[in-house]
Structures are given as C-alpha cells and as structure tokens.
Design a protein around this ligand. Structure first.
Ligand code: SF4
Length: 360
C-alpha cells in the first residue's frame, strides 16, 4: 500500500517496534540473514522501501509469507506527517513536517531553470545559534535519523512524482557534520543507484565549519559536494554572526578546506550571505579575497532573507550585484543567488520556530 503524502498516519508508528525506514542495503541484508533468508532478499526489501515506496510488509510479494509476518511483527515504517505546506509566488514550496516524537522539520522545494532543488533538514532545531537564523533560536530539539532525512525526499516523491527534484542540498535545519553518522547513512541511500538514485555530484552537504567533520569527509573521499557557510571574512565579524567560529577559527578552517580540496580533488562552494552595512564594504571584499586565495572554490553571494525579530538588514538586489562585481575580478567564480520563497518565510527554520513559539 502506498500512502498519499499528507495522510501518513501516526498509528503506523509504535514505540515497541523497530523503525525500518533509513536502513541501508547492508543493514537489510544482515536483517534477512538473521531471519534465515539469503542476503540478496535484503536488496528486495530495499527496493520496496525506497523505489516502490511500499509501506505494507504484506504487499512485499517477493518475500515469503513467513518473512512478511516476522517483519510486520517486529518492524514499523516511521514516516513523516505533513503539518503545513506553503507555496510561494515564485513556485518555491515549503513543508513543515512533524516527526513521530512531535518535533518539527522543514523541507523546501526550490524550482529554478533546468533544476529543482530539495533543501532538506538533518536535525530538528540546531545547537549552533547563528545570530541570523530562525532555526538557531530554537536550540537543538533532536538529531534526525537516516529514515527521517531520507523520508523528506520520499515524501516529496510520494506527493509529486519521482522526478520532482533533481538536486538535494542538506542546508535546511541543523548542522550535518554534528549528525554525521546518520547523514552518511542517508547519503548512501540517496545516492545509491538502487536507492533514491540521485547523482552524488547533485547532492550538497552544507556546513557552518566543523573542522573534524570536514576532515572526516575528506578522508572518506566524499563524492558529493561540500558547501561552507562563511558569511564573514574576518574572525571578529564571523564570531559576531556564528558562535561556532569561536571553536573553529578562520585560520584553522581555511587550513581544513585546503586539506579537503587536496584530498578530494574537488572545490568547495563558499556561501556568503550579504547583510547590509555589516559585511558588504570594500574592506570585506579585500578580506574575502585574501582569505580564499589559493583555495579551489566558487562563491555564492545571496541577500539576507529577513527573519522576524532580528535586526539585520537585507541589501537590495543592486547592492548584491555590486558586491559580486567588486569580488569577481579578484576571485574566479562568483555567483549571485536569488532569494527564493521570501513571501512564505523560506529562510531556514522560520516556520518551525513560529510553531515552537506558539507551543511555548
Ligand atoms: S545557520 Fe545552520 S548552523 Fe547556523 S543555526 Fe541555522 S541551522 Fe544551525
């Protein structure tokens, strides 16, 4: 039985049973061996979960009746429940999901030219408290399991069809490198040809700059892309925006990026949100240029997406373009990213933070 996206019932979940969503293929093969089956049967269950999206063990017709009953007795499909959906005038869709423990999770679907990007969350809330971010104001509520990370994409496919997104960015709520084990399992399922089959280079992990996590990704030979939320080019300004900068200062972060690009032989994407009157001066252009010298990267400049109750000021599109033009001759790859979904609070965490405030 496949279920419509917005009616995943909570009674599918049980504390007594084990959640099977998010199991990787090797885990399912292991499970089948424990049930006295051949390992390849795990691949069949994997196909049912992530390709067919069949959430009824009794309809997994290539398993024996006995295996179906054993699975049904011990396992459950812990699916996300859709609480709210907003559609922007520019076509951006924002989803607020509820996890089985009641915590909120945001997912955004962003159409743009020949690609549609699914921006997914890896935690509910976030511990890092970036000053410009609504999610940061919530604190960390919980880490998402691999099933909850992948479940956001499965939910989108359930509702809109298998080709609903072409790219995936882990740039929603939370810091991926502080939930790395679960993120890596989810990444495995997302990029696996027999899983969600999204090309590895079409998936981006975005970090605020957690050095040990970046080094681990480098050592693992990450095939997907890495983005760094930089947002300021001096230690002093970065600390004002992002408390995490006190733990991982700019010098050590740049050293880590050099290590990453050497090891993976790929460049990183530098995200730079422009705040009017804070990080948009000629001094900032020069500092950014100095900082990124010799690091293979491309830079995305984007205007700050206002968050209710915060004092930062959004620059005009002309001011963003002017900043990028000053940067361009100094650094090789500079892109201006247009803000999307501003009329539906598409900046990270705004819906969930509003929900949390209402509850409190
Ligand atoms: S910007 Fe990212 S890392 Fe910073 S608080 Fe928000 S979710 Fe966390």
């Amino acid at each position: 039985m496949t279920l419509p996206f917005n009616v995943f019932p909570l009674n599918y979940m049980s504390m007594k049973k084990i959640n099977i969503m998010g199991y990787t293929q090797p885990q399912l093969e292991e499970l089948m061996l424990t049930l006295g089956q051949k390992a390849y049967k795990g691949g069949q269950v994997y196909n049912w979960l992530y390709k067919v999206r069949q959430y009824d063990f009794n309809k997994m017709t290539d398993l024996t009746k006995e295996v179906r009953q054993r699975l049904d007795k011990d396992y459950v499909f812990d699916l996300l429940e859709l609480e709210k959906e907003l559609v922007s005038q520019d076509g951006t869709r924002k989803f607020l999901f509820r996890l089985s423990d009641g915590n909120p999770v945001e997912t955004v679907l962003i159409p743009g030219g020949d690609r549609t990007t699914a921006c997914i969350s890896v935690q509910s809330g976030c511990a890092l408290g970036c000053r410009f971010c609504a999610t940061g104001s919530m604190g960390l509520l919980c880490d998402l399991t691999p099933g909850e990370i992948v479940g956001q994409l499965l939910g989108l496919r359930e509702r809109f069809g298998s080709d609903v997104f072409t790219n995936v960015v882990m740039m929603g709520m939370g810091e991926p490198l502080l939930n790395l084990d679960n993120v890596l399992k989810a990444l495995d399922i997302i990029t696996d040809e027999t899983g969600l089959c999204v090309g590895a280079r079409k998936v981006t992990i975005s970090t605020s700059g957690i050095n040990p996590g970046i080094r681990k990704l480098a050592d693992l030979g990450l095939k997907s892309r890495l983005a760094l939320s930089l947002h300021a080019a001096t230690q002093e300004k970065r600390e004002q925006l992002m408390p995490v900068a006190r733990s991982y200062d700019l010098d050590s972060l740049m050293e880590t990026l050099r290590y990453y690009t050497r090891k993976t032989k790929s460049r990183v994407t530098i995200e730079y949100i422009l705040f009017k009157g804070f990080n948009d001066s000629m001094e900032d252009v020069k500092a950014l240029t100095r900082l990124l010298q010799g690091i293979p990267c491309k830079i995305n400049i984007l205007a700050y997406n206002p968050v209710e109750g915060l004092d930062f000021i959004r620059p005009t599109d002309e001011e963003v373009d002017a900043f990028a033009r000053k940067l361009y001759p100094r650094l090789p790859a500079v892109m201006v990213r247009k803000s999307r979904g501003t009329d539906v609070n598409a900046a990270c965490g705004q819906l969930a933070a509003q929900r949390q405030m209402r509850r409190n």
